[in-house]
Design a binder for this molecule. Structure first.
Ligand code: NOJ
Length: 450
């Protein structure tokens, strides 16, 4: 057994990173539009006002997806484009844009995978407390209702939240991401709890109101530990380490995934956070753990783990000059074997790699093409590991390469390129990179050529 015949080969993107048209046709600001105005918050004070201008160029972009042979496309909806006040009045121009995009995808045989929230929280609701407001799960449920009402006749694949570790941890603990706050941990954990409740409420709304049978997941960061050597002891150390909390850091899996998939916060996390942890009722945990259809994970790297002197899991040392991407992220292909494998063992859910990819120094060569052998080699190595997971019986259903095209990489502005398609931000020219042509052959052979 290798990849399933119906394996979902795709690419991903997110609204604020690609759409542009920031104040057009009724869209209002999100926390990211505000963040981009904070001097020094973003590389060269750039912003997503225009980004890839996907709002106007989506037809060209779908044609590129078709040319690459993508079977599916993961994209997010801009909440403030659909509901300019965050709640209440619907912006039908926004609905029209997503209708056109969805129809264009379907007309080209590309299956939409829709993320409800990829960080662009409506500014108007942030001014009412954002995720700290007790009403925020209800706001999100109402927004989800509008989305489901308008799109679920043609969309059946859904993801609720993207990387809560980042929009809570980066957004309101260390302030690197929007809205750029540094709240006390107890407050941030309360906001996190509300976002998990919002997730659960949204799942219920989709299940109850969708017009076609929904397939619903969640896309947290997959914080992956890989065994330093494939010995039983190191494998156990990696497994233990991947699902434990040892400090207050938000970089973990269990605080964000156990409530969703197991209906409880992890004991070690509750112990570490103590009084700062939210007082979750059993009713709330039941909402948060409303059954899902798949476990998504955004996986870019992993940490080699071994057994420490007292028998505890510890990070294994890395050699000097360890391979790194242009983000300075380590290249650890085995993360796409052990990540899905450990997640599948613990949560017993079909797994989707909802993001994986590499930032690289790409430019248009003298011959007019974009040669990115590093991205090909990176993806080749990672996908071989994912295939190994599938061969070993992990129920892997899909892979979304991040990203379809170069875009606004949050605090890095346009200074990091993750795309399969190169974008010249001076005039929006798109150029298919060599990696996209290579990815096409992978898709056509359903991964056999890897
Ligand atoms: C994860 C985020 O979901 C996405 O928005 C971001 O661009 C990529 N990682 C790369 O940093």
């Amino acid at each position: 057994m290798s990849f399933r015949e119906d394996f979902s080969w795709g690419a991903a993107s997110a609204a604020y990173q690609v759409e542009g048209a920031a104040v057009e046709d009724g869209r209002t600001w999100s926390v990211w539009d505000m963040m981009c105005r904070k001097p020094g918050a973003i590389y060269q004070n750039e912003n997503g006002d225009v980004a890839c201008d996907h709002y106007h160029r989506f037809k060209e972009d779908v044609a590129l997806m078709k040319q690459i042979g993508l079977k599916s496309y993961r994209f997010s909806l801009s909440w403030p484009r659909i509901l300019p006040e965050g709640i209440g009045k619907i912006n039908f121009k926004g609905i029209e844009f997503y209708n056109n995009l969805i129809n264009e995808l379907l007309a080209n045989g590309i299956e939409p995978y829709v993320t409800l929230f990829h960080w662009d929280f409506p500014l108007k609701l942030y001014r009412q407390g954002g995720w700290l407001n007790l009403a925020s799960p209800q706001w999100f449920a109402d927004y989800t209702g509008v989305v489901v009402e308008h799109f679920s006749d043609r969309v059946s694949n859904w993801m609720t939240l993207n990387e809560p570790q980042c929009f809570i941890g980066g957004g309101i603990i260390n302030g690197h991401h929007a809205p750029g706050d540094k709240l006390e941990l107890s407050q941030a954990l309360l906001a996190a709890h509300h976002s998990l409740l919002a997730h659960g409420r949204a799942v219920r709304v989709i299940r109850e109101q969708a017009k076609t049978k929904p397939f619903i997941g969640y896309a947290p960061v997959g914080v992956v530990k890989v065994p330093a050597t494939e010995t039983a002891a190191d494998i156990e150390a990696a497994r233990t380490s991947m699902f434990r909390m040892t400090d207050e850091s938000y970089w973990n899996n269990t605080w964000w995934m156990d409530p969703v998939f197991l209906g409880r916060y992890p004991e070690d996390g509750l112990h570490i956070y103590g009084e700062k942890a939210p007082k979750a009722t059993s009713e709330e945990l039941a909402i948060i753990s409303t059954p899902l259809d798949f476990c998504g994970a955004n996986i870019y790297n992993g940490r080699e783990t071994t057994v420490g002197p007292q028998g505890q899991p510890v990070d294994a040392p890395r050699y000097q000059g360890f391979p790194m991407t242009a983000m300075d992220w380590p290249i650890v292909p085995q993360s796409l074997y052990w990540g899905p494998k450990f997640l599948y063992e613990r949560y017993n859910m079909p797994v989707f790699i909802t993001e994986n990819g590499i930032a690289n120094c790409d430019w248009v060569s003298l011959d007019g093409r974009v040669h990115d052998p590093q991205r090909i080699d990176f993806t080749h190595r990672y996908l071989r590991e994912l295939r190994r997971a599938a061969v070993d019986g992990v129920d892997v259903r899909g892979y979304f390469h991040w990203c379809l095209m170069d875009n606004f990489e949050w605090t890095f502005g346009y200074n990091r390129r993750f795309g399969l398609v190169h974008v010249d931000f001076r005039d929006q020219t798109r150029t298919i990179k060599d990696s996209a042509t290579w990815y096409k052959t992978v898709i056509e052979s359903n991964g056999k050529c890897l």
